[in-house]
Design a protein around this ligand. Structure first.
Ligand SMILES: [Zn+2]
Length: 77
């Protein structure tokens, strides 16, 4: 699934998502997770962070709990 499809599934507004600073790699994702954000979709504590490349909106964080991450992942099949 591309980022647009994912955002549609999450009902997320790209401009409201937090921008990724610089070139986030594995360490950046770990740091993001450690900040304790809430899941975009259901509001529970997020277990994982994804980076969505939104073209004109650059790269944005998608914070998701495992349940919602799986929902998004399975919807990609
Ligand atoms: Zn969730």
């Amino acid at each position: 699934m591309d980022a647009t499809g994912m955002l549609h599934l999450l009902n997320a507004e790209p401009t409201l998502l937090p921008p990724v600073q610089g070139d986030a790699n594995g360490d950046g994702i770990e740091a993001r997770r450690a900040e304790g954000h809430n899941c975009l979709r259901c509001g529970k504590p997020a277990d994982t962070a994804l980076i969505a490349d939104l073209g004109p909106h650059d790269k944005r964080w998608l914070d998701l709990c495992f349940g919602c991450f799986n929902t998004v992942r399975l919807a990609d099949q």
